[in-house]
Write a new protein. Sequence first.
Length: 194
Amino acid sequence: VGYVRATTSHYYLARQLAEAGLSFADIQAVSLTPADGLSAFARGDLDAWAIYGYNGQIARTRHGARVVKTGVGYLSGNFPIYANPRALDDARRGAAIGDLLQRLQRSFAWINGNFLAYARAQSAETRVPVGDLVELFNRRSGDYSLAGVDESVVRSHQQVADTFRQLGVLDGAADVRPFWDRRFDALLRGLSAA
């Protein structure tokens, strides 16, 4: 079973195994980069592959992979935007970060309503086929948007850290709460209401 160490695929594979009463000790797990995993899958060297994004799409469309379980429900679905603490603490740069978040939110709203046009533009830049981009969009767990930080986000992140400690990815306990910053929550709530 291929997976990518210390990523979402590692995490949801561990959770899915536990649900089935199994652990990594019960399978022959192989940590591979996404590109190496795709090559191994295409050669038939993997019986299963816990993967995300476009590589899973390629495995399905070009190599006959079938989805037997998804990662939906195992993760919060958030993809954090990171900022340097010094930038956050500087009024001018903090305002620029707020402006960026507003622009991203407007962009996501446009993408959600105009995905085919977005897919065509993205395909022209990335050479990823439009049909693959559309299928990935249709398989998403929710619309693209920015959201503030709430307790469920922090709990989800903490659960990942705790699982990675149990798996030996982390050497010790990690408190994730200090990594989250709520100063843009009101701005994001206002954008969501608009």
